[in-house]
Write a protein that binds this ligand. Structure first.
Ligand code: PLP
Length: 401
């Protein structure tokens, strides 16, 4: 008898479980569009050249040791990460009002931020968009926050439900935390326009809500790092407070290295330094201090002008390949005369397309075409190539006719 005999088998993670099912499928035409990881035109994972170069430099530097990092991580990495998201000219950075800690990629940054808020912020309600990345409710709920949703996506237009969003945030209790996707909203690929962001900002500030940005796709959405940070910068510029969780998983292809940062923009340098002291108390009993390798790669690239330049070129190439996959899939459906308006495929932004296919259609495509995706009909455009677009278009066509 085991002391764990009472355990029931837990279900697979709804997103990562897609890959588990894919791996079991022996079909040669199988296609995994479930997981948000970039693939080359040949369907292979990609390590950026600039990342390889940075790693070589780190390996060749015999003065480097494997000592523990401080609790808050690598200092250069933290400064450069804040600068990357807030902009080189950010007044908050110049006035030392930003407290940044290195965390375990985007997820770890969200979790540390959530734990900090649960312990030190007076409002424990967080509003997350409906729908959102599947891990959000769990990350915030387990940290002790009470999770509510605000309307975001309108299935009828396959666009933003802006009126619903304004109404829901407008009736949120004063001080409530609001989770915002900085760009390339996952899973819908639908972002507010700059004009809509400005209205959201005014509403959030007028109600003293606390914005918490999740920035998992900076540069990956449009191909431009500054354009993709515009939403965050609008909030940081107005002098008010906000939190930002950054991930280098997608934009530097460092998925498994788990590199990210949490920045808290405060009203004064004094508050920021007290915030940092408390963040250390959150982190120390969780994992003591973060890993050194991935953050060293990022810092090496961000602080060298030519490496930074090389990164932006490689990043743009990834973003452009994804954008071209959108066009190719759209064209393939049009040429098949597939019923329906598929223009959302080219209008949506970032890694994913929210196809509008329902769970029955998804199950059909998996069974008959060996195409794997989450049951909400989200497909990763980064997992597609010119070679696989026709197969996907055939499957979608068959699923809807
Ligand atoms: N937030 C969003 C919206 C995401 O899509 C992801 C990854 O898919 C993450 C955060 C976190 O990713 P990671 O922890 O790998 O940086």
């Amino acid at each position: 008898n085991s002391v764990f005999d009472h355990l029931v088998r837990a279900p697979e993670d709804p997103i990562l479980g897609v890959t588990v099912a894919y791996n079991k499928d022996p079909s040669p035409v199988k296609l995994n569009l479930g997981v948000g990881a970039y693939r080359t035109e040949e369907g292979k994972p990609l390590v950026l050249n600039v990342v390889r170069r940075a790693e070589q430099m780190l390996v060749n530097d015999s003065s480097r040791v494997k000592e523990y990092l401080p609790i808050v991580g690598l200092s250069d990495f933290n400064k450069l990460s804040a600068k990357l998201i807030l902009g080189a000219d950010s007044p908050a950075i110049q006035e030392n009002r930003v407290s940044t800690v290195q965390c375990l990629s985007g997820t770890g940054s969200l979790r540390v931020g959530a734990e900090f808020l649960a312990r030190h912020y007076h409002q424990h309600t967080i509003y997350i968009p409906q729908p959102t990345w599947g891990n959000h409710p769990k990350v915030f709920g387990l940290a002790g926050l009470s999770v509510k949703t605000y309307r975001y996506y309108d299935p009828a237009t396959r666009g933003l439900n802006f009126q619903g969003l304004l109404e829901d945030l407008g009736s949120a209790p004063s001080g409530a935390i609001v989770l915002l996707h900085a760009c390339a909203h996952n899973p819908t690929g639908v972002d507010p326009t700059i004009h809509q962001w400005e209205q959201i900002r005014q509403l959030i500030r007028s109600k003293a809500l606390l914005p918490f940005f999740d920035s998992a796709y900076q540069g990956f959405a449009s191909g431009n790092l500054d354009a993709d940070a515009e939403s965050v910068r609008m909030f940081a510029k107005d002098g008010g407070e906000c939190l930002v969780a950054q991930s280098y998983a997608k934009n530097m292809g460092l998925y498994g290295e788990r590199v990210g940062a949490l920045s808290i923009v405060c009203r004064s340098a004094d508050v920021a330094s007290r915030v940092e002291s408390q963040l250390k108390l959150v982190i120390r009993p969780m994992y003591s201090n973060p890993p050194i390798h991935g953050a060293s790669i990022v810092a090496t690239i961000l602080k060298d002008r030519s490496m930074y330049q090389e990164w932006t070129i490689e990043l743009k190439a990834m973003a452009e390949r994804i954008i071209s996959m959108r066009q190719q899939l759209f064209d393939a459906l049009r040429s098949r005369g597939t019923p329906g308006d598929w223009s959302h495929i080219i209008k949506q932004i970032g890694m994913f397309t929210f196809t509008g296919l329902n769970s029955k259609q998804v199950a059909f495509m998996t069974k008959e075409y060996h195409i794997y995706m989450t049951s909400d009909g989200r497909i990763s455009m980064a997992g597609l190539s010119s070679r696989t677009v026709p197969h996907l278009a055939d499957a979608i066509h068959a699923a809807v006719t």
